[in-house]
Structures are given as C-alpha cells and as structure tokens.
Design a binder for this molecule. Structure first.
Ligand SMILES: *[C@@H]1O[C@H](CO)[C@@H](O)[C@H](O)[C@H]1NC(C)=O
Ligand SMILES: *[C@@H]1O[C@H](CO)[C@@H](O)[C@H](O)[C@H]1NC(C)=O
Ligand SMILES: *[C@@H]1O[C@H](CO)[C@@H](O)[C@H](O)[C@H]1NC(C)=O
Ligand SMILES: *[C@@H]1O[C@H](CO)[C@@H](O)[C@H](O)[C@H]1NC(C)=O
Ligand SMILES: *[C@@H]1O[C@H](CO)[C@@H](O)[C@H](O)[C@H]1NC(C)=O
Ligand SMILES: *[C@@H]1O[C@H](CO)[C@@H](O)[C@H](O)[C@H]1NC(C)=O
Ligand SMILES: *[C@@H]1O[C@H](CO)[C@@H](O)[C@H](O)[C@H]1NC(C)=O
Length: 767
C-alpha cells in the first residue's frame, strides 16, 4: 500500500507552489464545484423571517431586526436612542447563495455613512496592559492571552445586551457549540495529499465555539467536552488518531499549524479550569506534534516541511503556518520548559512580515485566488490579533505592507451579486476559516465599511467576531461605495462592475486579464475570463478546482505542466477566447484600459442609477496567445447597467472559439441564444455577426484531440458551454447580454465601436 508520504519524496517540488488540498469526491464534503447546489431554505427563513421595523427614537433612525425565535416572527425590540439600537440591517440570507437580503427602503436616515461613533456606552474598555516597549516574549499577566483578554470577556455581556449583532452571534455560537457537544470527536481521515487539514480545522472550529460557551457560562460540561476533543486529537481518545510519530502530519504543515492553534486556544481560554496534569498533557502534545515539527521546519535544512517559510512564499500557507505556531507559542510561553515557544516566537513574526504580509499586491488583490484570501487573511488576522492581545504589539505585521488594508476592497468587490468571482482554485473546506478578518481590519485600519459589510454575512457568527467587532461602528457599508472598481496591478488586472450593492437580483460583471504566472499555482490559464450575475443567478460561471490529488496538480506552472492538461485549468475550461484549441501562453502580459462613471450608491438600498451610468474594461491580450497577431476583449455596461456588451477583436492564423460556461439550459436560434436558469431568462445576441458565425453548445469537457491528463478530468454535470466557432481570420465579435428584467424595460442596441475607441460615452447612441 502506498504510504501517505510517497508524494512528499520530491520535497519542495510538490509543495513549492503552495497548494492546499481538497478532494471533491469524498463523502461529506461541501464543495464549491460545479454541481448545482440544491435549493435550501436559509436558516433565517426557517426560523421565521424577522420583522424589520424602521422607527425613529431618540433622534436616531434604526432598522431593527426582531429577535429571532423558532416558529415566530416576533415584533422588534424598540430602539431607545443611540447608535447601538441601529439594528441588524439584513433581514435574511438568500437561500441559494447564502448572501444577505437587505430591506428595500429609501429611508435615508437609517443607513448613514460608515463611521465609528463616539459612544462610551458601547465602547470596549481600554486595555490596562500597554507595555511601553513590547516584546514577543513578554506576555500580559492575565489569561486569556489570545485575541480575547479577560477585560473583554468582562465587558461582553453588557455589549451583547446593547448590540444586535453581538447578540445574534452569541446565540448562533451557542447553537453551534451545542451541536458539536453532541457529536463524537472528529474522526481521523487522511485524505491523500489533502492530509488531515479538514480534521484540523474542524477541531479548531469546535474548540473555539465550545471554549466560548464555557467562558460564558462556567458550566464544566463544555470544558469536559473540549478535553475529550483534545484527548482525541492527541491520540488518547477511544479511537486511534494517526501515527504516533507525527500525528499532526507535518509534511502537510497547514494541518500541524491548525492543530497547534486549536490546542493553543483551548489551553489559553480554559487555562483556569485545567488541572496541572491536564496542562502538562496539553503542553507535551503541542510540543511533540506542533512546536517541535515547527522548529524542525524552521531550522533543519534537511527537512522540507518548512518550504512555506522561504522568501517569496507570499500566499496563505505562510500566514496559516506562522499564525498557528505563534498562537500555540504565545499560549504556553512561560509554562513551556522546552524553550520551543520562545524560539519560535523569535522566528515567526519576522518571517510573516516578509512573506504573509506581502501576499496582498499594491491594489489590494490577494495574489492566489478569491477563496484563498479567506485562509490567508484568517491566518494574518489571528496572528496579528494574538500578538496584540498577548504582548501589546503586532510588530509591524499589519502595516509592513502599506497596501495590505486594501484587501478588504478586494473581497468586497470580488463578492458578486450571487457569489464570488471565483476564478482559479477554490481551496479546501473552510470550517474555522471565515471572512471575519474584515471585522478586525475595519478597526485596525479605520475602514468601517469592511466591518459593516461582513457583519451581515452568514459566516460572521463565530467567536473571533465577538472580540474583533467594535459596537461603536455605525452606518451602511454601501453608503458612498462606488459601484465599480479596477484592480490594476499587472499580475492581477481585474474589474468589478455592478448595478447595486444591496439588490440580490443586481447585475454584476467581473473580468480579469493579468498574468498567468505568480499566483502560487492556484490559477487557471484564463486571461479574459469573466462572470456575469443578474436576476439573482449566475449566468456565466467558473468550474473551480480540479481534484487536488491529481498528479502534478500543483507541481509546476510552466507551459507544458500537467496542471494545464486538466479541463478546469485549461483555457478551454474558461469563459474566454480559445485559439487553435490551445492553452494560453503562460508568459502572457496583457495591458488594460478602463473607465467608470464613478457611480456610488447612497444611503438607500433601492438604487436607480442614471441612464448614462456605465463602466467598461478592455484588454489587449494578444500576448496570451500563440497563432494570433491581435486579440482584444472588452466588456461594458449599457442602458443604465441593465445590459452588457462583450466584444472581441481577433486576428488569428488558426481557428477561433468564443466560449462561456453556464448552468443555464440553452436554446439556440442562429445568432441568438436563450438561457433559462432558476426561473429566469437571459437573451444573448450576436450583433453584426461575421459571416458564418452562429451559436452552438456542448458539454463542458475536453476535446478528443487534447493531450490526455495524468488522470481523467472530473465531470462538470449540468454545465453547458455556449460557443461561437470560426476558422482562422479577422473578426469583430459583439455579444449582447439582455437579462429579461421584470416590468416594462426597454432594451438598447448599441452602435458598433472599435475597442480602441471605447469611452464612457461611445455607446450612448443606438445602432
Ligand atoms: C448568549 O447566548 C446564550 C444561548 O442563547 C444565552 O443563554 C446567553 O444569555 C447569551 N448571553 C448573553 C450575555 O446574552
Ligand atoms: C451554526 O449555527 C447556525 C444556526 O443554527 C447554522 O446555520 C450554521 O450552519 C452553524 N454553523 C456551523 C459551522 O455549524
Ligand atoms: C465565571 O467565573 C469567573 C471566575 O470566577 C467569573 O469572573 C465570571 O463572572 C463567571 N461567569 C459566569 C457567567 O458565571
Ligand atoms: C496523551 O498521551 C500521551 C502518552 O501517554 C501523553 O504523553 C500526552 O501528554 C497525552 N496528551 C493529552 C492531551 O492527553
Ligand atoms: C534534521 O532532520 C533530519 C531528517 O529528518 C533528522 O534525521 C535530523 O535528526 C534532524 N536534525 C536535527 C538537529 O534535529
Ligand atoms: C453552477 O452553479 C454552481 C453552484 O451555484 C456554481 O458553483 C458554479 O460556479 C456554476 N457554474 C457555472 C458554469 O456557472
Ligand atoms: C471618476 O473618478 C476619477 C478619479 O477621481 C476621475 O479621474 C474621473 O474623471 C472620474 N470620471 C467621471 C466620469 O466622473
């Protein structure tokens, strides 16, 4: 039988490109893949859509969300003045995509501009531990040290009683903790190259929630249940947990780091309840399976488990690994007699500043993918927050990269009207990973809109939020937020354009150019790729990760790499132009041009943009192609952001194919395609079609003539490719997307304008 380590024999080769691993064929996995998610009723809807009332009290208008009780739709509590009664804004989450639903109201006073107000009644007390010369080896005198110091626990019940977000999260965390309480401890599952990362993150998620429940109740049943989880993950439970020599799987060091963090949280948050014997057992397990492998990773040149610490490894691995080791070390510093904790603290902080903190480019983009942003920022925020609470400083981790703060905008703009612009790999299951770093960044970087955006998201209810959230935050994230944003770093180059921030059926278009290298081998060959949302569903979408266990999936991103033989990673698996049925050039270096009417949303959740409100993005992506002398693509919003024009100007010496992947049912009539999805309709029409151009469709699978990948592709059930296929030649392809909006909407047919002549006003006339 092949050993789990067989694939590690090539050392850095396997991991040098920084993959995290998941297996989307295993039972029980929640995959972001292309399977159509079954419509599920959101939990908020199940428990009764709360009544949202708007009322004026004490001079402040608040949108108050009713207390949510099973089977009732109770009336709202009444605001009595002051910011804390501003209420929860979202009334529910969308059942298909789990995104917040905001009430339709033009009430402007309810949704003021994002800010932090001065209101002592809901402010956190200040920390009495404020060393004048902080040191990573000098920790606060009291417990907990990590993220949630004692003074915050003491203040929390009062803040919960005054802030509807804290109150809602507290309730959910208790519900979650109760679910975990009733489950058996996490069962060890070595998932090939994906390691035991799911196990580690699930243990961490449970420990956070149950430790929170313990500290909020002093009920020892929670501490006992946490202890059972620790015993299990130490291999001392009733069922085996991995090989004695390396239970936390150090060759896949993410696993080691996440277990270390989990044990550190348990040790620290429940410090006062552990007996001396329990403490020494937790410490010995952390040393053996976490900190000792951490020291080896850092100091022993003959092990490869520390590849992630190398300069230039500026992806999620560096953040997660350094954060886990740092949290664990801070938790046991002083009680650890081995010296490992202090040694590691001398290494991790500087390393994370050089690598983790550099994973955000100067425009705010996380260079891996939209989903890997979650892992990277969770690690970064946990590490910085733990250092701050335990020692009084983050040692520059937050600001060493002066553009790090912009990564909140990366996340907000890459979040579409239905879901992320989820190009490239989607990453493993998230469990303890969330977007709640935004709540931490909101305060630290004084960007309140980040926290206001995240607090209504379904993943906001978890223990970190309870301590990162500052209840003096006020206003609506959308108030003053531009609808469009362009990310211009040459590695990324992408655009985000929408018709509203608060309407689930809004139009959303995102498109990327950028380079095909420098994404920690998590990208696709996808210059020109786009997604399109409208009418509450996604019309042009992504296929996501291929199987992370496929041979050589992460090992190389050179032109001939095996990675580029998997359909989901190949150019033909993207929503872009394909020339000669061949992959794009990995050395692509496109140029871009773009403009926007700068339309911003105001306080109202009901946004009707002006007729001339628009945005466009064009790219010269010739360098991405072989066998073509010119390939340019542009996309723009038309008719007050109700229609979209996608235009391609191509001169190619080989065959040309326009491709778009959709979950819709497609009916074709020559140069018009009608897409039906989720009870909605999208008309797609070619304008000025070149001779012989018609739409066709196919399944989302490789051409028979393609080079076979090392193992067969995954299927893409339910996905259809809409295609325009043409021989070599010079073409101007203009494809107009008309979502069939309800009501009496008049559609425009825009004039034909060369991409180089596009401007904000170039399409105002009609054909
Ligand atoms: C937190 O939620 C639990 C469970 O619903 C509840 O018993 C407790 O009173 C809440 N805490 C506060 C401070 O409201
Ligand atoms: C936490 O509880 C909420 C409310 O019951 C539920 O919707 C959510 O799925 C739970 N989260 C986890 C991670 O179990
Ligand atoms: C739990 O015990 C601690 C320490 O004795 C005390 O400060 C805290 O108020 C108690 N909390 C509850 C909810 O009883
Ligand atoms: C588990 O058992 C081993 C071997 O007896 C012991 O060294 C370790 O401290 C124990 N750890 C925990 C968390 O129980
Ligand atoms: C370094 O790693 C090698 C290979 O695992 C091991 O044999 C050696 O003992 C380690 N050296 C130290 C100083 O720990
Ligand atoms: C199909 O729907 C799933 C689930 O919403 C989504 O993850 C996927 O990206 C969609 N695929 C396409 C091609 O739109
Ligand atoms: C949009 O804002 C940018 C940056 O402030 C400015 O350069 C540009 O002229 C504005 N465009 C319009 C149409 O207002």
């Amino acid at each position: 039988m092949a050993s789990q380590y067989d694939n590690y024999n090539t050392g850095h080769q396997v991991y040098g490109s920084g993959g995290q691993y998941y297996n989307d064929s295993s039972a029980g996995f929640i995959t972001p893949g292309p399977q159509r998610r079954k419509k599920q009723t959101s939990n908020w809807i199940k428990i009764g859509i709360p009544v949202l009332v708007l009322l004026i009290a004490g001079g402040v208008v608040g949108a108050i969300l009713a207390t949510r009780k099973k089977g009732t739709s109770s009336s709202a509590s009444v605001a009595s003045g002051g910011k804390t009664e501003a209420g929860r804004f979202a009334t529910a989450t969308n059942s298909e995509y789990m995104i917040p639903i905001y009430p339709s109201t033009t009430n402007t006073a309810a949704f003021s501009a994002p800010t932090f107000v001065s209101n002592a009644a809901v402010a956190w007390p200040s920390d009495s531990f404020a060393p004048s010369t902080p040191s990573v080896l000098t920790v606060r005198p009291d417990r907990p040290r990590l993220i949630a110091p004692a003074y915050k626990w003491a203040a929390l019940p009062n803040l919960i009683s005054k802030d509807p977000y804290l109150a809602g999260w507290n309730t959910t965390i208790f519900l979650n903790a109760s679910q975990y309480y009733d489950l058996p401890p996490v069962v060890y599952f070595m998932d090939g190259d994906s390691g035991i990362l799911d196990n580690a993150r699930e243990v961490k998620m449970r420990i956070k929630a149950m430790s929170y429940a313990y500290r909020m109740t002093n009920d020892t049943k929670w501490a006992d249940r946490v202890w059972a989880e620790l015993q299990n993950a130490a291999g001392n439970g009733s069922i085996p947990f991995g090989p004695d020599v390396d239970k936390w799987n150090s060759p896949h060091f993410l696993d080691t780091a996440e277990f270390s963090a989990a044990f550190g949280i348990a040790y620290d948050w429940l410090y006062d309840t552990w007996s001396p014997d329990q403490k020494s057992k937790i410490i010995s397990t952390m040393i053996k399976y976490g900190l000792e492998p951490g020291i080896q990773a850092y100091t022993n040149a003959s092990v490869f488990t520390g590849w992630w610490k190398s300069t230039g490894t500026d992806g999620n691995w560096n953040c997660v690994c350094n954060s886990g080791l740092t949290m664990a070390s801070l938790a046991i510093l002083g009680d650890d007699t081995s010296g490992h904790a202090s040694q590691l603290l001398g290494l991790t902080v500087d390393n994370a500043k050089l690598n983790c903190a550099q994973a955000v480019s100067d425009d705010g983009t996380w260079a891996e993918t939209a989903n890997y942003w979650y892992f990277g920022t969770t690690g970064h925020a946990e590490m910085a927050s733990s250092l701050l609470s335990a020692t009084g400083s983050d040692y520059g981790l937050m600001k060493v990269n002066p553009n790090f703060y912009k990564t909140g905008d990366f996340h907000m703009y890459i979040a579409g009207a239905t879901s992320l612009f989820n190009y490239g790999d989607h990453g493993p299951n998230k469990f303890s990973t969330t977007a709640n770093a935004l709540i931490f960044y909101a305060n630290y970087y004084n960007q309140p809109q980040y926290g206001l955006f995240q607090r209504d998201q379904y993943d906001s209810a978890e223990p970190w939020s309870m301590f990162w959230y500052d209840p003096t935050i006020a206003g609506a994230f959308w108030n003053g937020k531009p609808l469009d944003h362009f990310f211009d770093n040459s590695v990324d180059q992408w655009a985000s354009m929408r018709s509203s921030w608060t309407d689930n059926s809004a139009l959303y278009v995102a498109i990327k150019a950028g380079q095909n290298l420098h994404h920690q081998t998590h990208n696709d060959l996808d210059v020109g790729d786009f997604v399109l949302d409208a009418l509450g569903t996604r019309w042009a979408g992504e296929l996501g990760s291929a199987d992370y266990r496929s041979p050589n999936y992460f090992s190389s991103d050179v032109q001939a790499a095996d990675r580029w033989k998997y359909y989901r990673k190949m150019t033909e698996g993207q929503n872009t132009i394909l020339i000669n049925k061949a992959n794009q050039n990995v050395n692509a270096a496109p140029t871009v041009k773009h403009d926007t009417s700068n339309t911003t949303q105001g306080s109202s959740t009901v946004l009707k943009v002006d007729q001339d409100s628009t945005a466009y993005f064009t790219t010269d992506m010739t360098s991405a192609y072989f066998d073509a002398t010119s390939v340019k693509r542009g996309i723009r919003l038309l008719n007050g952001r109700k229609q979209v024009l996608l235009q391609d100007e191509i001169t190619a010496a080989q065959s040309v194919m326009w491709r778009m992947h959709t979950n819709a049912t497609v009916s074709i009539d020559g140069t018009t395609a009608t897409l039906a999805l989720d009870g909605q309709t999208m008309k797609v029409t070619m304008l000025n079609p070149p001779n012989g151009a018609t739409f066709s469709q196919s399944a989302a699978k490789r051409f028979d003539t393609d080079v076979a990948p090392p193992v067969p592709d995954q299927d893409n059930p339910g996905v259809t490719v809409l295609i325009i296929s043409l021989p070599a030649g010079t073409y101007n392809l203009q494809v107009l997307f008309n979502p069939q909006w309800p009501g009496d909407v008049s559609y425009v047919t825009p004039p034909s304008v060369a991409l180089d002549q596009w401007s904000l006003r170039s399409h105002d006339g009609s054909a």
